[in-house]
Design a protein around this ligand. Structure first.
Ligand SMILES: Cc1cc2nc3c(=O)[nH]c(=O)nc-3n(C[C@H](O)[C@H](O)[C@H](O)COP(=O)(O)O)c2cc1C
Length: 192
């Protein structure tokens, strides 16, 4: 049995909704369990995540970067980083913004570098660009054309009802992909 942890921050609910979709995607895979962790709840005790074979990090994009709360969580893991406790475990990321670009890539790169500093193995989205030709549309998976992780864009004057189904499905797909990888990946082999 593999365990996937989804660690996320969310000020206004969008990233939380994505986190739920990621978790449902992960839990939809046989022999995988998934659990959501709000970043603030594990900042002071990140060792609670030691039970996870894979960690999927999610933050809203605030001012072109991860949110302050998510950054606090990242810095809260420095003791685990020093011990390289998450070495060899799987990692992935997702983010939400108001703008179409919104500088979301910057946030995902931060999440990626965070995982790299921990010696983790990054799992990308694994989906082709969903809306880069006239016969494609916003209704497709990966409509925002990301490879490093899952992106979502929601109008800033709308709550979670404004999140496109395609963005939720993209998040679900990321969770499922990481879970399928976690099922066959033995991170303990990396630490011998
Ligand atoms: C402090 C702050 C900074 C923001 N910065 C950006 C930004 O740089 N780019 C962008 O497209 N949207 C930005 N937004 C909009 C949020 O990224 C967007 O509403 C996102 O979906 C919020 O996610 P959440 O509901 O999980 O907090 C910002 C919102 C706030 C509150």
């Amino acid at each position: 049995m593999a365990h996937v942890g989804i660690v996320y921050d969310s000020g206004y609910g969008h990233t939380a909704a994505l986190a739920r979709a990621v978790g449902e995607g992960a839990a939809s895979v046989d022999e995988v369990t998934a659990r959501l962790y709000f970043a603030d709840e594990v900042t002071a005790a990140p060792e609670l995540l030691d039970c996870c074979d894979a960690l999927i990090f999610g933050s809203p994009t605030y001012m072109g970067s991860a949110s302050a709360s998510f950054k606090s969580f990242m810095e809260g893991t420095s003791g685990l980083w020093a011990a390289q406790r998450w070495q060899g475990r799987l990692a992935a990321g997702f983010t939400s913004s108001g703008g179409y670009s919104g500088d979301k890539l910057s946030t995902l790169l931060q999440l990626n570098l965070f995982a790299m500093q921990h010696g983790m193995i990054w799992v990308g989205l694994g989906l082709l660009d969903g809306n880069n030709a006239s016969y494609k549309s916003d209704e497709n998976l990966n409509r925002l054309g990301s490879y490093i992780g899952a992106m979502a864009q929601t109008n800033t004057d709308q709550g979670i009802e404004g999140i496109l189904d395609s963005d939720l499905a993209t998040a679900h797909s990321l969770g499922s992909r990481v879970a399928r990888a976690a099922r066959i990946w033995n991170h303990k082999e990396m630490n011998r």
